[in-house]
Design a protein around this ligand. Structure first.
Ligand SMILES: [Zn+2]
Length: 449
């Protein structure tokens, strides 16, 4: 059998036009399993033909429509036609774009310009459709540029995709996202009076050799208010103003410049300092519970090891008890008590370490772990809090949600296993776009542009 595809366009003014697209033939004598239905290649050819027909008709209609002068309702003359190539998701369309002469009546829209104008230039400043740009950026932020190009080419009849095109589009889309964040500044109507929490973490990615360093830090995180959340990613060296970018992200989450902001991160001071600069004021920094808990766990394990030594001399309770209560103390914000417990453990370990080599070794391990936790707590003393109270009141105590962002924004595309080296700018663009894709902000930003 033969399947003929005919498309009929009805224009706004009532006229119709028929396009005869291709024909799919399925001779029944030679039917093979893959001869049933529509195949990917047929579908791609047909989609391209369909796109061509729709685009040409639409451009014709829009061009005709824009000839009418808004001032005097007369039809303006066509100056000439320029050949233009438009890239769409469903193929490259060659069009003849008319340029229209300005009207003698000097209507409002024609006042300060002279010479013919092209109505199409307004719709396709980049000579490609927003949908194509969005898809290129979205896939480029997830896969290597070459792989992204290949994926798009596999499924849609678009023109040949170059990895450089995908990279450049991603860069442009990242810029648009940044620009729209700025535009959003005024919109903070549904600001609630509850606090915002910023979860911060960093991802380390390989840096390109010409930057004289091995690694780049991508700051990733999540801003959460009770009913909204927003991811962000940036590279401090490449962002024009990282603090400003973060401030804009905060504002778009309903921050009014006054509301208290809580930052949860590990002991690295650079991250909360970035938020301080963004907020231009005080910020409450809370040390991530998980990082503390992990260090307490190390002590518990070391003590377990000590108690299992053959000639363990002391009373097991003397060591087991402090290790157990340590976690409880820190969890409830009793840091001084925790410090005392640590010191007691240190003294007790020193006391028994004279007995034999095995015990001495195990005791030294406990001591090292204790000192580690002690200095960690001492260095971050101001950022400790009553974690139990926060937990019972449904407040965040851990930056684990930012760690999810490390994977989603940093590692999937730029992780060390990807074997790609990055420039600060390239990494920044990918991080910005990826965060927007994950939040579902990409389509919205592009529409606003
Ligand atoms: Zn006119």
């Amino acid at each position: 059998m033969d399947v003929r595809i005919i498309v009929e366009t009805t224009f706004e003014n009532g006229t119709t036009k028929t396009h005869r697209l291709g024909c799919i033939s399925r001779p029944f004598r030679q039917t093979k399993p893959e001869g049933f239905g529509l195949l990917l290649e047929d579908a791609k050819t047909m989609l391209w033909q369909l796109q061509n027909a729709i685009m040409l008709d639409q451009i014709e209609e829009v061009s005709e429509e824009s000839r009418i002068c808004l001032g005097c309702d007369r039809v303006r003359a066509i100056h000439d036609y320029r050949p233009r190539v438009l890239d769409t998701l469903f193929g490259r369309v060659h069009v003849k774009a008319p340029r229209i002469r300005r009207c003698a009546c000097k209507a409002i829209s024609d006042v300060d310009q002279s010479g013919p104008f092209s109505p199409l230039a307004h719709y396709f400043p980049d000579r490609s459709t927003p949908e194509l740009q969005r898809l290129q950026a979205e896939l480029g932020a997830r896969h290597s540029f070459r792989e992204a190009a290949r994926i798009i080419e596999t499924f849609v009849p678009c023109a040949k995709q170059m990895n450089t095109t995908v990279r450049n589009r991603l860069g442009k889309v990242a810029q648009v996202i940044g620009a729209n964040d700025r535009a959003e500044l005024a919109v903070d109507e549904d600001a609630t009076s509850q606090a915002l929490t910023v979860f911060l973490d960093g991802a380390h990615i390989r840096c390109r050799p010409e930057y004289q360093r091995r690694h780049l830090d991508v700051v990733v995180g999540k801003i959460e208010s009770p009913n909204m959340s927003r991811r962000f990613g940036l590279v401090q060296q490449a962002a024009r103003s990282p603090a400003k970018q973060l401030r804009q992200a905060l504002v778009s989450q309903g921050w009014d410049g006054q509301r208290p902001i809580t930052v949860i991160s590990d002991g690295e001071p650079a991250l909360p300092n970035l938020v301080r600069r963004a907020v231009q004021g005080p910020v409450r920094h809370i040390l991530d519970w998980w990082h503390i808990s992990m260090r307490v766990q190390h002590i518990e394990n070391a003590v377990k090891g000590l108690l299992q030594t053959q000639n363990f001399p002391g009373m097991p309770e003397l060591f087991k008890k402090p290790a157990e209560t340590l976690r409880w103390c820190i969890w409830h914000g009793k840091v001084m008590t925790a410090g005392t417990r640590l010191k007691v453990l240190l003294i007790d370990c020193s006391r028994i370490s004279k007995i034999d080599a095995e015990v001495r070794e195990a005791a030294a391990r406990v001591k090292a772990r204790c000192r580690e936790l002690y200095s960690y707590l001492a260095n971050n003393f101001d950022t400790l809090t009553d974690y139990g109270w926060r937990y019972r009141n449904g407040l965040a105590i851990s930056s684990s949600r930012a760690e999810g962002c490390v994977d989603e924004i940093g590692n999937t595309r730029m992780g060390k296993r990807q074997r790609m080296r990055w420039s600060p700018k390239g990494a920044h663009q990918v991080a910005v776009t990826r965060a927007a894709v994950l939040d579902g902000r990409l389509a919205v930003s592009q529409m606003a542009a």
